[in-house]
Design a protein. Structure first.
Lengths: 262, 272
């Protein structure tokens, strides 16, 4: 029990995970039954489940699948853009201490910046339609992705660079053939984190001029004091984040089966 | 091919705060052929000296701080086509096959321009054969043992047919039996592909088994404490290692490293 390296079989791990979920459901149900006005403060699991079913049949923007489609679309677009910009910038910063010295005062403090407070400015600059939402998601994830990619590049042992230099590689060839391939698994980890950060920001992004999406569903439910809808929306976001995380982790194992063997 | 080290001084900024660490203290050395062992205590600057010969810039500081290192009369700055290094770490790309790792230098323009495609493949086949990995070409480094990985690294270096091979404790991470195999392999490879070797080690036995010359460096700031020629032909046997000649050399080196011997003796205070 108290051995940090105890090997767990897949079956044991799943069973224990199920135990955790069941405990959470029991506490949740118990809370609902014991609290005064429980259906308002803590709608029961079965109420939320019923709500989810009814949301599946709802019309227009209130339909669950429509909302998931919109949110997924925004997250994926922002992901493509954040990878497209964040990975090259991070690689440049990691490859050149000079570029890092220029950019790091701009990038590093942004990790603790109140991104949500920037939202009004993004609305001011990019309007209230799709662009602003994607820019907001992009910014929220990019400020984390860029430094992580930089660190992944710096973490490659400098002996690999010395070898490449000795074999006659130009500096760019050394980065392309010796540094990047070795940094790729950690860069991919950074992308996984960036996408999960986008999921945490999706509701905020969809609060502004919300017409569709999971954030819109949650906000609408809240306005109607239908807290079962709020819980349902949160659960769906958690589920989607879990699925993207698992898909990306599988993809990573497929792409870099040699990781950890270097 | 001749390596000349003239009054080479190497200094680094001290790691904590200001001040300067002098690693090499005006080394004078001429190496001309054969297997040359650079022997010295850990951290004595023998790797730094090797990197100077390889023309790679350790720590990115000006190297050498003063003096010069010449390969065939030309400064050993930047990558030198005729000089190739191998390291203690194999530095094989884990995502590439053994074959692709041996062919790794041909990813760089310098060597793509120098060696035509057909010849590259021939050389790679030949090297895989020479290091005994002909049947492992499509394996990945993680499927190989440490010794086999170092074979890949040796093949990756010798596929370029260097005139000088610089080896930085290449067998330091291997256990005794594998190390002996690798030493024998190195001797065989050098017979086949005549190459001058500069081989850094802190293992006296390894120096005696392999070297035509054993250059003993003192503790930092390093200087040449002794320069020993060994005429005994290779491969040298266990019996020779126990001979009067070999034990006398070994004692002399141990004395030097402990700081009782000739040369810059007084500065050497190291327990081996």
């Amino acid at each position: 029990m108290w051995n940090p390296h105890e090997p767990l079989s897949a079956g044991t791990r799943r069973a224990l995970g199920a135990v955790g979920l069941i405990i959470a459901l029991l506490l949740w149900s118990g809370g609902n039954l014991m609290i005064d006005k429980g259906d308002y403060f803590l709608p029961a699991p079965w109420t939320v489940a019923a709500k989810l079913l009814s949301m599946l049949q709802a019309e227009g923007s209130l339909n669950l699948l429509t909302a998931v489609g919109w949110s997924l679309r925004r997250v994926l677009i922002a992901m493509v853009l954040v990878v497209g910009v964040g990975v090259p910038v991070g690689v440049l910063m990691g490859s050149s201490p000079r570029i890092n010295a220029v950019l790091s005062p701009l990038v590093d403090p942004m990790r603790s910046a109140p991104i949500v407070a920037v939202l009004p400015i993004i609305v001011l600059w990019f309007g209230i339609e799709e662009t602003a939402k994607v820019v907001f998601l992009w910014l929220g994830a990019a400020v984390f992705l860029i430094p992580m990619v930089r660190d992944a590049v710096v973490a490659v042992a400098r002996e690999h660079l010395i070898l490449a230099e000795d074999l006659g590689a130009t500096p760019l060839e050394a980065i392309r053939h010796s540094v990047l391939p070795l940094a790729m698994p950690r860069i991919f980890d950074a992308i996984i984190v960036a996408v999960s950060i986008e999921w945490t920001y999706i509701t905020v992004a969809e609060y502004v001029n919300a017409k569709a999406g999971l954030g819109y569903l949650i906000q609408t439910s809240k306005r109607l004091s239908a807290n079962d809808g709020v819980f349902a929306g949160i659960l769906v976001i958690l589920l989607l984040a879990l699925i993207t995380d698992q898909v990306l982790k599988r993809l990573k194992r497929r792409l870099f089966p040699w990781e950890g063997e270097a | 091919m001749k390596i000349e080290v003239n009054q080479a001084v190497q200094e680094y900024p001290a790691p904590n705060g200001d001040g300067i660490n002098r690693v090499l203290d005006g080394i004078d050395l001429t190496l001309d052929g054969g297997i040359n062992m650079l022997l010295g205590p850990s951290g004595c600057g023998k790797s730094t000296l090797l990197k100077l010969m390889g023309g790679v810039r350790p720590l990115g500081v000006v190297s050498p701080t003063s003096g010069e290192v010449l390969i065939d009369g030309k400064p050993a700055t930047g990558s030198h086509d005729d000089v190739v290094m191998v390291f203690q770490r194999y530095l094989n790309r884990p995502d590439l096959t053994v074959r692709e790792n041996v062919a790794f230098p041909f990813r760089f323009k310098l060597w793509r321009d120098k060696v035509p495609v057909a010849e590259r493949n021939e050389r790679v086949d030949e090297m895989l054969e020479a290091v005994g990995l002909a049947d492992k070409g499509s394996h990945r480094p993680s499927q190989l043992s440490g010794g086999q990985n170092q074979r890949v690294a040796l093949a990756r270096a010798l596929v370029l047919r260097p005139k000088i091979l610089l080896a930085d404790e290449p067998f330091g991470a291997l256990d005794a039996q594998i190390r002996a195999e690798m030493q024998q392999l190195l001797i065989d490879l050098i017979d086949k592909y005549p190459t001058n070797v500069v081989f850094v080690t802190h293992d006296i036995t390894e120096a005696l088994l392999l070297g035509d010359r054993v250059i003993v460096l003192s503790t930092p700031p390093a200087n040449v404490a002794d320069d020993i020629a060994i005429a005994e032909p290779r491969p040298r046997s266990e019996n020779w290692l126990r001979s009067t000649e070999a034990t006398r050399l070994s004692d002399r080196i141990i004395d030097l490293l402990r700081g009782h011997g000739p040369g810059t003796g007084g500065q050497v205070r190291v327990t081996v």
